[in-house]
Structure formats: C-alpha cells, structure tokens
Design a protein around this ligand. Sequence first.
Ligand code: GLC
Length: 591
Amino acid sequence: MTMPSTAPDPELPATEVENGGEGELEETPAATRTPDQWWRSAVIYQIYPRSFADGDGDGIGDLPGITSRLDALVELGVDAVWLSPFYTSPQHDAGYDVADYCDVDPRFGTLQDFDSLLTRAHAEGLKVIVDLVPNHTSSDHRWFQEALASPEGSAERARYLFRDGRGPDGSQPPNNWQSVFGGQGWTRTTRPDGTPGQWYLHIFDSSQPDLDWTNPWVHEQFADILRFWLDRGVDGFRVDVAHGMAKAAGLPDYTPPAGTGSMGGGVTLAPEIEGHAAEDPATPPYWAQPGVHEIFREWHAVLEEYEGDRVLVAEAWVDPLEKLADWVRPDEMQQAFNFVYLETPWQAPALRSVIDESLAAFGGVGAPSTWVLSNHDVVRHASRLALTAENPQGAGIGPKSPGQPIPDIGLRRARAATALMLALPGSAYLYQGEELGLPEVIDLPDSARQDPTWFRTNGARYGRDGCRVPIPWEATAPGYGFNTSGESWLPQPGEWTRFARDTQLGVPGSTLELYRLALELRRSHGLGTGSVDWLPGYSEQVVAFRNGDVTVIANLGTTPVELPAGEVLVSSDALPEAVLLTDSTVWLHTL
Ligand code: GLC
C-alpha cells in the first residue's frame, strides 16, 4: 500500500477526501460539534496578537487584523482561540506587563474592536479565551504609580511586595531571589526627596512588579476584572504564571539546587521560564505555594456566576504532573498546560511514559489532560525537536548557538509529533504558525531583538523573539500578507514564501493540509474524548496505540515499521511500500 501523506486522491484537497468530496468544515460551526464542557476535548489555537495579522499596517498585529483572518481558523478546524494580551501596556514584555486590565492598547485597537472580534468568532462557532496576568502588573499601572507615590507602610504599598533592604543602610535587596529574565528580582525605589527607599519584588522584569496576593484588595480587583471580560462574553481565561501568585511567608532566601537554572526547579528547556517548575522537595518559595489554590477556587466560583461553560487554564510550570493535577481539581481550574509533555524529548519510551502519566494524573482528579508542543515562550517545535544535546534550547536559538537544528529533520519530526499529539484524548493547544510548519527564526539581527531576556542577560540568552515573528499568509504580498504595508515589528525571513498559507492551502501533503485533515478526523472519530490503548508487538522506538477505531503509530526509530491492516486516514509522511519511515506518524482506520 503506497499512500501520500494527507491526500490519497491528488485531485482533491485533503480534507475533502475524508468527507467524501465536500468539506464539512465550512458548513458546521465548531460550537455545534463540540459536546458539553467543550474544553475537555477542544483544540485551542493561540493567537499572539502582535504577530498574527496587522489591520492598520503599522507593523504590529491588531484585533481588526485578527477578526479579518478568523475564517482561516474555521477552515483549519479549531474549536477555540486563546488571545495573548492585547491590554493597555508599555510593552516591555510584549503585553505581559499590563497597565490597564480593562482596556485595549491603542496599538491593538479598541474595546469595540474586541467586541467585534468576539461577536464574529462566536458567529463562526469559535470560543474565545483571553489572557489574565495576575502575578504582576506593569510598573505603569495606576495601582503601582499610586503605591510609589504613597508612604512606606500605606495601603497603596500593600498591593505589592515592597520591603526594606538589608544591611545597615538598606542597600542590599531584601532577599536573594533572581529574576526569571536574568539579574536580581528586586529594584530599589527613590523617595520624593531623592534618597533611596524601599525595594519591590519583580520575579520577571523590573517593569513587572509582583502583586501581594495575601491582600484581599488584590483579590477583589481581579474578581472584578474577570467579571468585566465575562460580561463581554469571553469563554475563559488563560492564567499567566498561575503557579507564582502566592509566595512563602517571610520571603525566605532560596538558592536553587546545583545543576538547575538560575531560579532552581529543574526545567532545562526554557530559560525564559526556567525555574518555573517546582519540583519537590526543593520547591522555590515563589512557585507552587499552597496559597494559589484559594485564588483558583475564588475564580472558579466567579465563572460559575455565569451561564454556560467556561474555562480557566493554568500556565503552570509545575513538575511532577501529580502535583500539577492539584491545579485542576474539580473546584479549581478546568485545565493546566502540560509543559512536561512539551519538554519531553523526541524519544518513544519517554513519550509513552509522559502520555501514561498525564492521563493518570489529570484523570485522577477528573480533568482532561492537555497537550502542547509550541507557544510564544519556547523554541518552535519544528526547530526544537531537531536540536542536539549540546544546545539546551531554552536560551532561544541565535546565530551563535551550538547544535543548530537541521531544518528538514525538524519539520519532519514536528509533523510526526503533531500527528501524534492530535490523536490523544484531551485538549490540544496549537501556536499560530505551527500549522504552516514554521521554524524558529534563528538569524534575527541583534538590533531587532526585543525580549527582555536578551537585554537583562546582555545578550547571553537570545530569548523568545525567534518564535514570535509575524506569520506568512500570502507568498507574494508585502509582509507575506501580515499587512499591506510590509512593515513588521520583527523582520520576516526572505525564504518564508514556501511556508505561506496560500502556498500550502489545498496542496496535498503540505503541513497545513496535514493539520486540517488531522483536525477533521480527530473530530469525526471522537479522538478528543477517547482513550489510549497501547498496542503490543512494536519495537521500543515506536509509539503505537488505539484510540477508538483509530490505530496510531509513530516511528521514532531508524527501522521502517510495517503497517498493520487498515485504511490509512492520515500520515505525516509518504508511505512507500506500506512501511512507516523514521520520524513519521500514521493513523489507520481499524474496526
Ligand atoms: C508567562 C508568559 C511569558 C511572560 C511571563 C511574564 O510565562 O507566557 O510570555 O513573559 O509570563 O508575564
């Protein structure tokens, strides 16, 4: 049996083959196809507004741009979108430094633009999740400006973590915590008379002061912020740094165990977020403290004030998974990102274990597992999966990084990894551009880089700009159709013509058609609500399981794998002589 990857009949676009000629995607809005508690099996597409589509041509994507391109996501076949922050912000951390939680930054549009986006998305059957950034505000936020202008010990200061410095003149920071982005985690203030004052904590950039979540006032503000967006009709929130809001009492010094990152915790893949993982027993005093759960319960109750089915999803770099499962107990969040899965190397035994562990851990508390391979903080998986051991990828990849990925291997593995992920039960997250097979942009000029990590480490860590470059829509349009002016806040590579959406749409075997077909089949075969039954008889280097009537085989070894009987539904690669080659995944229909 020889089957091309995504379209057995080269005359027909891939999605139409499975549907017997007429694609159903355009005809059936996603919302009508998802069961109750849609988020349990939803495929959720992350939009990074700066880089998705730019309606006004200023080089920064915006909400009208997103609205104008929603059709493409319906055509892709996702259930929901998650929008990274578009709120008022000085943009020192690309919007994760919020100066007004209840307004839209003029760079991205207006509240009316948001309402139009939401209305349009809902009309198209797409749910909309927005980002909530509760660990810290921007230093431009009115709350922080008032705190700076108020005396030490005032109610305004109590919104944040202001402390006296150590040493006779208070010139040493209150403790030894470091910023995730590099450098120390405290900045000293200056009093109105020009003398040095107290210090404030910022686990991220100095422009991102941490809020004090022991203060009931902070709780009240955020309940109101949730209601503000729920009243507008959003379907949920992705909660930024959900493991960081509660700090250990007394803010004790903490020295990460040797061999872990600057902040401790054992994450090796992503220094920008390194140290997020709170591995027992050496839990850093700023991550995964028990106090976070009270906050989640409060928000769960706020969501329940509203009709319908809404979701809180935790960005929580917590390891092991059994501990992360506490984040999604029945009265807390509905989902948590499975970063343990994202960080699993491209090795069959490791993948089998993480799948088992994920289903057991989340299932143990009645929550769906989630799956994710890329986002705006990590090296895109079309490059990451081909990195060599000499490059722990979290520093981002730049021109001088060791162990540069080989693009063809990266793309091949990325396609196989996605085909494996989309066959798993639970909810899957996609990051804009991965459906085009986009690689990390490695050779950005130093002068273009914008990630605070780059600046706070004096260029020692490249940071995350390489996964944030505006995505290509049309091969021959200015800016690849990102806008009509050709402006782009990060330069787009010259060779992206082949990744452009219009180069791939309807082209059998393209990465875009692979995603479209896999998403359609995932829905029609109910894989998101199914289960994993491991298949015996395969080599250690193969991941093979059944989910309902679909057999899924991923070959991570070097020996070709013979295909069992069954109709090929989708394959990440061509299937010469009825064998599955290295770094590819196939789905077969088996009764
Ligand atoms: C989260 C975001 C990341 C941001 C950080 C600080 O990890 O995903 O982009 O820099 O929080 O808000």
